[in-house]
Design a protein around this ligand. Structure first.
Ligand SMILES: *Cc1c(COP(=O)(O)O)cnc(C)c1O
Length: 380
């Protein structure tokens, strides 16, 4: 394409879109294999579950091809009822999405107009920033403290300062990428500081892991006690091992909110395989709990080994660690790739010395630790 038509395209695109950064989704295993000539790839960049989903998922999917010609249930009745049953929500308060990324997108499309104010966390899950900006919202980022903890005072100030209440406040608890969490007391403080007119969005993508961290809040119970709009987001991508099939869910403060979101989402946003697999996985919580327990034990062991080497990090309530390399992360991530280990070098300004490493299988974690020591020339 010549420069003139590229310029034309730039002018045709919405101004918000021209300035959007691309989501940093990382490299595929195949690309790493080819580019670096490695046989085994340790995928530690996307917080995937090395244990995979419940065996019940394979059984449920096996018979599905025959139904592929039928549209999926646009309202995900069975899955919503199952989720409602275990979370104490009404089925009408549950929304299913094509991954929770889809839920975030629909949420921003339904509620944000140009100029609206959104408060979110930095460093953060990229989409908490990208989707609001796509809608033309002004995003105010509240950084974590230098000690890599939630800055509750700064959050309360951001929520209450300014001529108008923020339209939306969105944070992940525990934070991705840092792993820090708001404990029950801090969570209550933040919720109580938030203006009634602000839609509070709590992204609990790592809920199943964080539940094992002492002090993790019962966000649903806390929010249900409030007269205010709120949404809690969870996903089948992490602890339930279904990242490849794309299913997220959200529980909303009331059915009215769900109806708003239903107007915006595509009618068949969750495909048949995704609904079937999620329902089967949800029916086997013991498998999920086993993978979470193993991952948390591996995480704590790896963190202890890294700390013994002098590596600085925050305590993590998720299935990942955020490591301060005290040097630019690009060359380190590249050298790890050459050893077949994919991690996520953080790119947000101020965090270019950090990598996020997911907790994988015991073998992959060991591979990471050895490669990391080699690359940083750390003494054992
Ligand atoms: C992984 C993750 C999600 C999950 O996204 P899906 O689209 O459901 O795979 C959502 N929020 C955060 C903060 C995450 O880290």
């Amino acid at each position: 394409m010549n420069t003139a038509s590229a310029d034309l395209l730039t002018r045709l695109a919405r101004p918000e879109v021209r300035e959007l950064p691309a989501y940093n989704a990382g490299l595929s295993s195949e690309v790493v294999r080819q580019r670096y000539g490695v046989t085994h790839v340790a995928r530690l960049a996307s917080n995937e579950n090395p244990f995979g989903p419940s065996p019940a998922v394979a059984n449920a999917l096996a018979g599905l091809a025959a139904s592929a010609s039928i549209y999926p249930d646009a309202n995900c009745h069975a899955l919503r009822a199952a989720i409602a049953g275990r979370t104490g929500a009404q089925a009408g308060e549950v929304v299913i999405g094509n991954g929770s990324e889809n839920l975030l997108e629909v949420l921003c499309q339904a509620f944000l107009s140009p100029g609206d104010r959104v408060v979110t966390l930095v460093p953060s899950f990229g989409l908490h920033d990208i989707y609001p900006r796509m809608m033309g919202a002004r995003v105010q980022m509240v950084p974590v403290t230098p000690a890599l903890e939630f800055d509750v005072d700064a959050w309360c100030a951001a929520l209450t300062n300014g001529p108008q209440a923020p339209k939306l406040a969105m944070l992940s608890n525990p934070s991705n990428p840092v792993g820090c969490m708001l404990d029950a007391q801090a969570f209550r403080r933040l919720v109580q500081a938030a203006p009634r007119e602000t839609l509070l969005v709590i992204d609990e993508a790592y809920y199943e892991y964080a539940r094992l961290s002492p002090g993790f809040p019962d966000a649903l119970a806390e929010l249900r006690a409030q007269q205010r709009p709120w949404i809690v987001l969870r996903t089948f991508s992490k602890a339930w091992g279904l990242a490849g099939l794309r299913v997220g869910y959200r529980i909303a403060s009331n059915e009215k909110l769900v109806q708003m979101l239903d107007r915006v989402r595509t009618p068949f946003n969750v495909n048949l395989a995704a609904q079937t697999a999620a329902l089967a996985a949800w029916g086997d919580p013991a498998h999920m709990e086993m993978s979470v327990r193993e991952t948390v034990a591996q995480r704590d062991a790896l963190a202890a080994q890294l700390r013994a080497l002098g590596v600085v990090m925050a305590p993590s309530a998720g299935n990942f660690l955020f490591l301060n390399l005290q040097r630019p992360n690009g060359p380190v991530a590249e050298a790890l790739l050459a050893r077949g280990v994919i991690v996520k070098p953080w790119k947000e300004p101020g965090y270019e010395h950090f990598i996020r490493v997911s907790i994988g299988s015991a073998e992959d974690n060991a591979l990471f630790l050895q490669a990391f020591k080699d690359v940083l020339a750390l003494a054992a």
